[in-house]
Design a protein around this ligand. Sequence first.
Ligand SMILES: *Cc1c(COP(=O)(O)O)cnc(C)c1O
Length: 375
Amino acid sequence: MQRKRIFLSPPHMGGTELDYVHQAFDDNYIAPIGPQLAEFERRFAELTGFSHAVGLASGTAALHLGLRCFGADEGDVVVASSLTFIGSVTPALFRKAEPVFIDSDAESWNMDPVLLAEALEALNAEGRRVAAVVPTDIYGQSCDLDRILDVCRPYDIPVLCDSAEAVGTRYKGRHAGCGARAATYSFNGNKIITTSGGGMFCTDDEKLAEKVRWLSQQARDPGAHYEHSTYGYNYRLSNVLAGIGIGQLEVLQERVERRRAIFDFYVRELGGLPGVSFMPEAPWNTATRWLSVILFDKASGTDPETVRLALEEHNIESRPVWKPMHMQPLFEGVRMFGGAVSEDLFRRGLCLPSGTAMGDDDLALVAETVRGCMA
Ligand SMILES: *Cc1c(COP(=O)(O)O)cnc(C)c1O
């Protein structure tokens, strides 16, 4: 019998999730909204330090609602990280706004604040309205949010931090995303904690949180009948799934520690080899190492695709670094500030299996297989 596949980042239940789901069943709160959702939101707000958290169907939905509330519309610009997952930037397209991309800095792989300043100056000079800046916190590492906020402040541009990959990340002693006008998080199946599918919109602005909640439930105006003065979406997180989320939050810290230990293991086993390096940890944060990313340069004698195929031979899943948005056919011709850093990371980077349920023997097999490519 073949050994079970080692996935890149599969769900890892803690044990109490089903108890909360059972509670929802016992009280017949299978309906979308109920006490599990309220409790999940309360605990998530507590974790992140935001005063309001709204549970949503996905991280993508959370970003969409954020951009809608910030008035992103046709003719406006949304400035985003190029090195990110597509869900970070499709919401700008949903709003018919024009995405403009910013390269990563080498220190954190996140939005480069210097290039952001250049972009905002140029766009301002052209009289363009920037509806929002949406920096990603990549692979569990926080962007330098304070510097990004400083750059945006003179223009009064709201920062909508895409912290989908950074649940559990600490930035300068606070949670990743905290300090932005709003931040969004994802509980998709591959993230550090999961509700099967889900997301969260967080903000300190009560009116904004209320509007997001209202829009996520079809924007129904007060009254017994269904009255609508604008359109909304069906974007609320299910109460049943929120039950999974409560249980997952109880093991988040353990998951962070295990992800970091997995990263440290790879560094120990492979970091000394010629031409091999790993994703840096920027001094301003404690990253979760949601995914462990390894880089190969010429001296390694191999490349990410060769290693990926070798791992696949052993039924082990790995994945290239996100292909930058400015290199995507979908965004051909879109404006880009910089580009060399994210292009290089895409060419040289591979995400290694990072699932917290992996045993040490699995980890050893991954390391051995990678090493075998470099003989
Ligand atoms: C996962 C992810 C999203 C989207 O989250 P979903 O819950 O899958 O919609 C957005 N941005 C980034 C950077 C992500 O990794």
